[in-house]
Design a protein around this ligand. Structure first.
Ligand SMILES: Cc1cc2nc3c(=O)[nH]c(=O)nc-3n(C[C@H](O)[C@H](O)[C@H](O)COP(=O)(O)OP(=O)(O)OC[C@H]3O[C@@H](n4cnc5c(N)ncnc54)[C@H](O)[C@@H]3O)c2cc1C
Ligand code: SF4
Ligand code: SF4
Length: 1559
């Protein structure tokens, strides 16, 4: 074999050619699967499981087992298999043009950097020649050899035409010169590279790439008794010499001197290629010897002699050549197949290449020789783009890629585990094992042959025992199996020879090499031509983008830069976003524009299971801003998406372009006007639905109106979602049905169109102007309506579809419901449910619906789902029932865990397997009306003769399930119903997402549809799926968990969706979305549901309103048939606290930091993302690493520091997650690392008395400074100190307290305390450290401290007060806990507990703590059960014990109250208001969930309280405010301008001793 042949097989990435190359001499790499078990006798489950995976890859393994497998063998990830019949080749098309561009700077660097490194190595050898120790010589040789490998890579690139494509002659010359010291011939290398590309990883054919040493060859050698060869093989394959195997390859390369192997056209080129090594051997080497000698030592030779200066670096070069080759095409699941044995060039390239990461400096020196994969699929790509191109490719094809980081483990495995390739089993086996196996086989065959010979002799057989030639003798001896071995070997040798001989002949590239005509594209074409017959179109199956979103990619999608179609994933920044930002910055300040990785990521999620990362998030404050933005967006072709509360479930509130978020700030988008008696209300889109209902309730109460109203739509998310979303999604819920949704209850609307025009349908002038200015649009809409109304079939379809709930596609009913001469009504109604794709709704006027006070609910169980559904149908057709909710068997199982439910409906337990239930609600204006409806329901169900009862075998009458008029019992039913989604969500397997589908069909088909769906879920293995929903409307919610971790999981989802859509839309003529909106989730199925005619009509509608697809493109209508399986949101299992989060967003409106940094949902989502990125480990791309670094750094402030850790998010979370706990845990982790801070905290905890004594003095000093300097300088100084100390020093404000008066511990009563009802009037009073240190504000007319007021109150009530011992050193530990100092907090908590136990006589005497958050902290940490019921918040204690012992009078007209979040969580909000009501005529709640103070955090991060209290809107007539947390009071005062103080101040003022009590 010639040297040329040996070279061609690869490039240095291909360097490769060599190592494995060892061709027939080396071998030993990965083998597939099947045999691993036997080969290496794996002891772990992973490897065993792997052995089941089949020969073609690891697809049989789940992700975990792949991970374990990779760990075992030393890979950082193992890629799955490409689907059958899919092959790369035109992968080249995947890469943007920039990856093929010539870059002179990079090209020069690729040559210069290794040259400089070599110069440094040689320079050092020369400089140190007389004293250079051996280790330094070796180090220099390593540097020189490694750097030369980098140069060789350049030579290799020249050989593959891609280094200087525009200067082919120069390229050839450069390649030849650079290859010269390696003694490899340039042209042969080139020819073999082309051959190699066409036969990548092909058994027998890719002989010069990494052709393995096969079992067959070993058998032949054994039979021929070539034991010397075997000994050599053992040495080369099973020892570290394997890592220098390319030396053997180099030796073999000399057979390339045999010109007969090449086409005659290439002779000259081949000879020219040989000139390099020959000249170097003939002149270079002798010259080196002559000049520098042969010395190993450098003692007297400047260049260290031939050995140090040349041979050692040459070996280092071979080390890299061999090692990279070996590693790059060696993994257990990489098969070598013969062309006719299932060879697949796609797999061979994508799945058959391992990318090995090296330390970056090494990669630089080696010219990224380890990133060969992109060049294998895109041969024209220059090496200086290879690494970047690999990362690009990785984003799209990660699931198929195998990666490793260079490690001892990896190398050891390569040497010890993979040596001989068994082509039959497609695996590598250890040499010894194969030897034993073969020796056994041969012995058996020999025995059989001898036996046969004996028999022949006895019978006088054909040969008569004589030997007739060696071949026959062997065949006779070894039988058919061996015969086959040998013939195969012969055929292989000859085919190799033929193949090699053909090289250059008929291959255009060779001729082109000689003529030197190539350009870059020529080069690409040339190499592709050589390979194209083997490489087919690539169909990547799954990809993960930078933000973790997973997409199923089913075809080679073409991205046209700059063309934003109505599909996602194509919106790249080509300068338009910059232009957009510049324009909007003229009227929207930068603080309201977010482009950073954390905020864009955080806003890239809504409650759906899709994720798109916006390029820009803009918080808008008012209609005017939106009005200005829209025309700019349209002009610059920048798509925009509106976001209200982001609770949408179908992916309609996200975008990869610009997200326009309605600000929560102040009154922005939150104004309202109640009209008349409340039967209509005008609201802005930022108001939460539940808030609107509370406004209406308060209005009715205030004006003492007979009827209370509410808005019609009642989605179960009503306490979180906003009017903008409710209108745009046409949301509905349990009771509103179709008749009370927005479409049917909206009176008027103010809407902004994409050109910035405003239409106010309540204003006749606005309507008239619009009709005139937008004639084309109006005419277009009227024309559509005319066409529809003229089409009876279409009209009937539309009417039928909207008789039930339907939010699939646009509200086409608007085209049939209104006359052609009323286009404004048509337009208004088309906008409803358009999901922000036609216009922006800036105001809505609802006709409200009565909220009847009389209600009753029944929970009726049926033995099978069909009976339950028929029941719903009967109720719909024959009664005027208000709500009917269906529970399937899976949902009933959840009820079994609810004690109250089991008390009310005990027979649920053990009900039949297909049992179901109906939750029915009747309402009435008065009792009589209610009773009438109930009777109607009972009558209808009874006369329908349906089986009733939990078991078919035990029928029960309808009356066995009575209507409950008691609100408490009804609440049990409805709470269970509302809890179904969260229950499934919380119980799902970590790492999966919770999905909610929302289908509807005519009620009489509900049973059939439901049975089909239950069956479908079972078949697809969705074992946790529950079906329940609004049966009265035929609307079902399908809730189940789904992972998007593997392509199988995505595929299962895709398959299920296809079938579900068929069942619902086609088989049962239903709606794919009853109320959640089309979004991205069913956009590809709109046509399936509606048919082509209606579907095309929808496109026309969209184009009339938004011709350039500026408004929320990709939503409702999407040209991508796979939009539903793209940009799927992963839900990595990150921590037990957050795993349950379903990202519904319900918690957001309670969070004090939502307007400055992140909301709880976003904190969790970003935390999950950081976790995901960290998990990638070294396999993460550079971009991912940068993303992780950027997110981590921003999260410190956005996530951690600005979380008040008050846990108010938990109050609204359906799965009860306290994000504050997660943040506190993070803080504690960080504090563990910050040892000095923890030490300081512990010191402070141990010396708390010092703090207690110092702080009041310090506060007085600050107050003095205030009176001398005035407020401004003090605030400025404190702000500067705050910034300089990283928020350690609080920012001063005018309501900062003075120091508290010293606590006067009351003397014990001389005689036993009086008792009431046998309970002595004794109380333990524990003043918190805050009230011991902080007095009232200087501006407050009150001068006494909280403890003085409390003591005064106790005194008036005749209570003996016991103050715990050592009170001045006590603290509940909260200030330590909230900062993450767990140890200090625990120490303080334990001290206090001991003191309270003692003072309260082991919990017998009630204990009052005057600060709510401190009490909550103590309650959360006490270990002594006796204390559990002894602890009281002041409000609770006064209400329980003092109200009847004091005289009360109202001392204020109107006061404000703010119930601290800890008190809210303790459930005393109502008591608080009632107590205040004893002291004032009117009590106004602050309406703020949490003020954001969180101990002193709000002082150190004043932006937190600023953001939270921006909504504080107290009436001007309010003179005072009251609370039960001193720090919260301070910040409330600061933001409201009135003095807030402890409620005890008011109570003390409003009370006087009762004579009887004090007597
Ligand atoms: C657990 C859970 C239960 C749910 N239950 C129900 C239910 O019972 N019934 C139901 O119908 N839905 C339900 N939903 C879905 C969702 O809450 C509702 O659709 C809700 O109305 C969305 O309102 P939002 O404020 O969150 O809007 P977003 O999600 O922010 O936006 C919704 C759509 O409206 C567009 N949009 C927002 N503001 C405007 C505007 N001013 N002008 C024009 N377009 C705008 C957005 O671009 C988006 O397309 C539920 C969601 C969750 C998470
Ligand atoms: S924390 Fe709770 S409320 Fe918030 S998004 Fe997660 S599940 Fe929803
Ligand atoms: S603990 Fe408070 S500040 Fe932190 S996420 Fe929850 S609500 Fe927001």
């Amino acid at each position: 074999m010639t040297a040329m042949q040996a070279n061609g097989g690869s490039g240095i990435s291909d360097v490769t050619a060599t190592a494995a190359t060892t061709g027939e001499t080396s071998g030993g790499e990965a083998g597939p699967v099947g045999r691993l078990e036997a080969a290496t006798a794996p002891t772990d489950a992973a490897a065993l499981a792997y052995s089941d995976a089949g020969a073609t890859g690891v697809d049989g393994l789940d992700e975990t087992r792949k991970f374990v497998f990779a760990e075992e063998w030393g890979f950082s990830r193992v890629g799955g298999d490409l689907p059958d019949g899919t092959t790369p080749a035109t992968f080249a098309d995947m890469f943007p043009e920039r990856f093929f561009a010539f870059n002179p700077l990079r090209a020069v660097t690729a040559v210069a950097l290794p040259l400089v490194a070599m110069a440094v190595g040689y320079g050092w050898l020369w400089y140190m020649h007389s004293i250079c120790p051996a280790w330094q010589q070796l180090a220099c040789a390593a540097l020189i050899g490694t750097a030369y490998t980098g140069l060789f890579k350049v030579a290799h690139e020249c050989a593959r035409f891609s280094f200087l494509p525009e200067a082919p002659r120069l390229q050839d010359a450069l390649g030849l010169v650079l290859m010269l010291p390696s003694l490899y011939p340039f042209t042969s290398w080139r020819l073999h590279y082309i051959h190699h590309m066409a036969h990548l990883n092909m058994l027998w054919e890719d002989t010069f790439g990494w052709h393995p040493y096969t079992k067959l060859q070993l058998a032949t050698e054994l039979l021929c008794g070539q034991h010397w060869l075997l000994a050599l093989r053992r040495l080369a394959l099973t020892t570290p010499l394997k890592l220098f195997a390319s030396v053997g390859h180099w030796l073999r390369s000399f057979d390339g001197l045999d010109l007969k192997r090449f086409h005659k056209d290439t002779y000259w080129a081949v000879l020219a290629g040989w000139s390099g090594p020959i000249l170097f051997l003939g002149f270079g080497i002798p010259a080196i010897i002559k000049m520098f000698g042969l010395s190993v030592r450098l003692a007297d030779r400047a260049w260290g002699g031939l050995v140090s200066g040349y041979l050692l670096p040459w070996l280092v070069f071979h080390f890299w050549l061999s090692t990279l080759s070996l590693l790059q095409h060696t993994a257990p699941h990489i098969p070598f197949r013969a062309e006719d044995a299932g060879y697949d060039s796609g797999r061979a390239a994508i799945c058959g290449t391992v990318t090995v990461r090296l330390p970056r400096p090494l990669e630089l020196l080696l010219n990224d020789a380890n990133y060969s994969l992109p060049q294998l699929v895109a041969p024209g790509m220059p090496v200086f783009h290879a690494r970047e191109a690999y990362e690009y490719m990785r984003e799209r094809l990660l699931p198929y890629l195998t990666e490793a980081t260079l490690s001892v483990k990896l190398l050891t495995n390569h040497i010890t585990k993979w040596q001989v390739y068994d082509a039959e089993k497609e695996t590598y086996l250890p040499l010894d094992e194969v030897m034993q196996e073969l020796e056994r086989d041969i012995a058996t065959l020999m025995e059989e042959a001898e036996q046969a010979e004996e028999e022949e002799k006895v019978s006088g057989g054909p040969s008569g025992g004589a030997v007739e030639g060696q071949g026959k003798r062997l065949a006779q001896l070894l039988g058919a199996q061996l015969k086959q071995y040998i013939s195969e070997v012969r055929s292989i040798s000859s085919s190799n020879a033929a193949g090699r001989g053909a090289l250059g002949s008929g291959h255009t590239p060779t001729t082109q090499v000689v003529t030197g005509q190539q350009t870059r594209s020529h080069a690409q074409v040339a190499v592709q031509q050589a390979t194209q017959q083997h490489l087919k179109v690539v169909v990547p199956a799954i990809r993960t983008d930078l933000v973790g979103a997973v997409s199923m990619v089913s075809d080679g999608e073409k991205v046209e830069p700059g063309v934003f179609k109505n599909i996602d994933g194509h919106r790249f920044d080509d300068g338009r976003y910059q232009a957009f930002i510049e324009e909007i910055t003229k009227f929207i300040p930068k603080e309201r524009q977010y482009t950073d990785p954390v905020r864009t990521f955080a806003y890239g999620i809504d409650a759906s299971f899709y994720r798109l990362n916006p390029k820009l998030v803009v918080k808008v404050h008012n209609e005017e801003e939106v009005r200005k933005i829209l025309p700019i967006a349209e002009r610059l072709k920048v798509p925009v998406t509106f976001r209200a509360a982001g609770t949408s479930l179908s992916g309609q509130a996200i975008t990869d372009s610009v997200l326009i978020k309605l600000s929560h700030t102040g009154k922005n988008f939150r104004n309202y006007t109640v009209h008349g008696d409340g039967s209509s209300i005008t609201v802005e889109p930022g108001l939460i639905g539940g808030e609107v209902n509370r406004i209406l309730a308060a209005y009715q109460k205030k004006h003492k109106l007979p009827i209370q109203y509410k808005i019609g739509p009642d989605p179960s998310s009503i306490d979180s979602c906003m009017i903008g979303g409710i209108v745009a999604n046409n949301s509905s819920g349990m009771c509103c049905g179709v008749s009370q949704n927005t479409y049917h209850t909206l009176k008027d609307m103010r809407v902004l169109f994409v050109d910035g025009t405003v239409l106010d349908t309540a204003d006749p002038d606005s309507c008239a102007a619009f009709l005139k200015s937008h004639k084309a649009l109006v005419d277009g809409v009227v024309d559509l309506a005319r066409r529809v109304q003229a089409d009876r079939e279409l009209t009937a379809l539309i009417r039928r579809k909207f008789a039930i709930k339907c939010t699939t596609g646009y509200s086409l009913n608007a085209l049939v419901d209104f006359p052609l001469d009323n286009p404004i009504e048509i337009i208004k109604h088309v906008i409803i449910g358009s999901e922000g794709t036609l216009g922006f709704v800036s105001r809505a006027t609802y006709n409200t619906v009565p909220e009847w006070p009389n209600k009753a609910s029944a929970f009726i169980v049926f033995p099978d789902v069909r009976a339950a559904c028929m029941g719903a149908s009967v109720l719909r057709n024959e009664t005027s029932v208000d709500a009917v909710e269906l529970f399937d068997r899976a949902s009933l199982r959840e009820c079994e865990n609810n004690e109250d439910m089991m008390r009310l409906v005990p027979d649920i337990k053990g009900c039949d397997p297909m049992a179901a239930a109906l939750l029915i609600e009747c309402r009435g204006q008065d009792e009589a009306a209610l009773q009438g409806r109930i009777e109607e329901v009972v009558r209808a169900l009874t006369s329908a003769g349906l089986p009733v009862g939990a078991k078919a075998a035990e029928p029960r009458p309808i009356t066995a399930y009575p209507f409950h008029h008691d609100a408490k019992n009804s609440k049990v039913f409805w709470d269970v119903r509302r809890g179904l989604i969260p229950i499934v969500g919380a119980a799902r397997e970590p790492g999966t997402s919770m999905l909610i589908e929302d289908v509807a069909c005519p009620v009489d088909k509900l049973a059939d549809m439901m049975i089909d769906l239950i069956d479908m879920f079972q078949r697809y293995g969705y074992n946790d799926a529950s079906c329940f929903g609004h049966a009265l409307e035929g609307n079902l919610h399908l809730v189940f968990s789904q992972g998007f971790r593997t392509k199988e999981e995505v595929q299962r989802f895709a398959d299920m969706m296809e079938e579900m859509c068929y069942i619902v839309a086609t088989k049962h003529s239903g709606s794919l979305k009853g109320e959640h909106g089309t979004g991205r989730n069913v956009a590809p199925f709109v046509e399936m549901e509606w048919g082509s005619k209606a579907y095309e009509l929808m496109w026309e509608l969209k184009e009339l309103f938004d011709p350039k697809y500026t408004l929320n493109p990709g939503v409702i209508l999407n040209r991508d048939p796979d939009a539903h399986i793209k940009f799927l949101k992963p839900s990595p299992a990150a921590s037990p606290i957050v795993n349950r989060c379903i990202e519904c967003g319900f918690c957001e409106s309670n969070c004090p930091s939502r307007d400055i940094t992140l909301t709880p949902r976003q904190r969790i989502a970003v935390y999950r993302e950081m976790y995901r990125l960290k998990q990638l480990g070294p396999a993460a791309s550079e971009e991912e690493k940068q993303q992780l670094a950027a997110i981590t750094s921003s999260y410190a402030y956005d996530g951690e520091q600005t979380c008040a850790a008050d846990g108010m998010c938990q109050e609204k979370c359906p799965v009860k997650i306290n994000t504050g706990d997660m943040i506190k845990a993070l803080r504690a982790e960080h504090m563990k690392e910050a040892k000095s801070a923890s030490g300081a905290a512990m010191w402070m905890a141990n010396n708390f008395g010092v703090l207690n004594a110092t702080v009041p003095r310090f506060l007085n000093l600050v107050n003095l400074a205030h009176s001398i300097l005035g407020p401004k300088p003090l605030e400025a100084i404190s702000r500067a100190l705050n910034a300089a100390t990283n928020h350690l020093v609080p920012v001063w404000n005018p309501y900062m307290p003075k120091g508290a008066a010293p606590l006067k511990v009351p003397a014990p009563f001389p005689a036993p305390a009086a008792s009431s009802g046998g309970i002595p009037r004794r109380v333990v009073y524990m003043p918190s450290c805050v009230t011991r240190m902080m007095g009232p504000a200087a501006s407050d007319k009150e001068t006494a401290s909280v403890h003085e007021k409390i003591l005064s109150l106790f005194n008036k009530a005749g209570y003996e007060v016991i103050v715990p011992e050592g009170v001045s050193s006590q603290c509940c530990g909260m200030m330590f806990n909230s900062r993450g100092f767990k140890d200090a907090a625990a120490a303080k908590g334990a001290d206090l507990e001991a003191a309270l136990l003692k003072a309260s006589d082991n919990g017998k005497i009630p204990i009052v703590m005057d600060t709510s958050p401190c009490l909550a902290q103590v309650k959360s940490q006490i270990s002594e059960p006796a204390l559990r019921f002894a602890l009281y918040e002041p409000v609770e204690f006064i209400r329980h014990f003092l109200v009847d012992k004091l005289e009360w009078r109202k001392v204020r007209e109107q006061v404000a109250i703010h119930v601290p979040c800890s008190s809210k969580k303790m459930g005393i909000e109502e008591s608080f208001a009632k107590l205040a009501g004893l002291c004032a005529h009117e009590v106004v709640p602050s309406g703020i969930p949490c003020c954001g103070m969180a101990g002193d955090r709000g002082m150190r991060y004043p932006e937190l309280t600023g953001s939270s209290l921006q909504h504080l809107n107290l009436p001007k007539s309010c003179s005072d405010g009251y609370s039960t947390s001193r720090t919260c009071e301070m910040s409330l005062s600061n933001h409201s301008g009135i003095n807030f103080r402890g409620l005890v101040y008011l109570v003390d003022e409003a009370t006087s001793p009762k004579k009887a009590a004090t007597a």
